[in-house]
Design a protein around this ligand. Sequence first.
Ligand code: FES
Ligand SMILES: [Fe+2]
Length: 473
Amino acid sequence: MDLDEKTRKASWNVPMPPEELERPYDVQEVFRTDTVPPAPTMLTRSDYDLGTEPLDVERYFTRAFHDREVEKLWGKAWQFAVWSYDIPKPGDVHVYRIVDRSVLIVRQPDMSVKAFINSCLHRGSELCKSDTHRKALRCPYHGFTWSLEGELAWAPSRWDFPQLDPQSFHLPQVRVEEWNGFLFINFDDDAPSLKDYMGLMYEQWGGDQPQGAWDFRSKYKAVHLVKTINCNWKTCMDGFLESLHVLAVHPQITNMHPDSSSQYDVYPNEPHFNRYHAVLGLPSKMIASNPSGQEILDAFTGSYLPEHSGTEFGKLRDGETPRHAFGRMARDAYGKRLGVDVSSLPEAELIDGTQYLLFPNFTPWPSLLNPLVYRFRPLGNDPDWSIWETIFFLPFDGERPPSCEIINIGPEESFLDYNAMGALDTLLQQDAEQLPLVQRGLKASKTGKLTLTKYQEARIRHYNQTIDDYLRR
Ligand code: FES
Ligand SMILES: [Fe+2]
């Protein structure tokens, strides 16, 4: 029996509550009773109406749609290429591939960053096949050599290239920009700047100076998982843009997570981002049981803070809500575990999940309990396969720890085999077992249509509308 069957079986026979009791909590009201208010940008909501039109399934599996995405989406959109601190020293090189395109992101002698097309101007070989450190960019085939700045430094049989002008024989560059420690590239010379592309998201994060949980530059890369999965990159990403699947896929957290109460924000005239906020500390409105405050608290400590599970400190105090107790315990446990002061972090940044999607595939979470970034990409030219990365960032005190090694998880392997993320491993594995089922079911569809919720799946509708805009251009 796989994990999927084991964890869900218990929930299959649980009665569902009547419809009238399912009305969600208001996240803004939850924030108003928190002990530390969240960042001002969280005290707003935007439920811009995108309608209820069905979505065509063919976008998830046809080669024709994939080919259009390759040309008009991946060739035009800003995309996260590499964590800046993964290439800290001059000569550090990261190889970023997206379908058939290959790019070198190179730390320069002056500590700036340049990106080059990873293709030799002689007979086309890739210059680097994987992340490396170089004094110069030397082609492995015949030895053509370019400086780290991309200028021609040496050519074999120079006398035999009379047509070659060393002043112009530079490696072609790709646009690269940094925000919050993340390096983004764009193949389109006419695209807006990254800041303009991000739109309101840039301001919501505090521009180029994000603070607190929003500041990723004050964190280091602690875990980096690369999962190969048998579904389209969008099928995979959709699994992380809503909380609606929590009831059926992650029933073990419904005692402490009001899944159907998450807040989803999409904005008019903001095609490149959307966000959601998933609160913790209240039970799901979709379960018929009514857990006590202590049961809610035990579900939390059992999953995330075992050091407080069953202890005196782990007891609900008089007048305290489970959510406030989550905050009290998380401040204590994370402060000790990480050696950093998290005492003034709001509950919303400490225990909840806020997640942004920066179109097309980059999802940072300004949150300490889930300090994540996901990235979803096609794997080669097969629309049924994708690469799903989960990157876990932690704050540090003193000198920056080095970035972790990457863990590759094959299609048949489990997140639980690696046990790198604690309580999150179970959640990720549950998603990993569900998503290939979606891909197969999409292809079996008779109606050819998906029926999305109006509100809770608005982010899926939103980014798909942006894809359609790109494909029409
Ligand atoms: S292909 Fe690069 S040197 Fe010949
Ligand atoms: Fe999930």
